[in-house]
Design a protein. Sequence first.
Length: 116
Amino acid sequence: MKLINTAQIEIKKSKFIGYYYELDDINEVKIILEELKQEHKKAKHIVYAYKFLNTAGKSDDKEPSGTAGMPLYNILERNNLNNKMLVVVRYFGGTKLGAGPLTRAYNNAGAFAIKK
């Protein structure tokens, strides 16, 4: 596994930190998530999407369904990125964003992370 890039955005005091990884093995997904959970113990949500060979996965990590993991997965699909993983760590800032702004926040954090 290789961390390719990171990006951070802030919306209404919530911080969204995007991580973009290259995967060498499907088992690295679990390792990456465990490492990020240790590093960001106070984060409210750690959402992700990955594509590896013929396997794909995503998680909203208790965010409203479809607002987090799917936007990240769509970034991988649109950019034809294989053997890659996007993770966004959210630190809740105290203001609920609503489904539309929340989806845009995760989408932007992921999109900024894949830009070099």
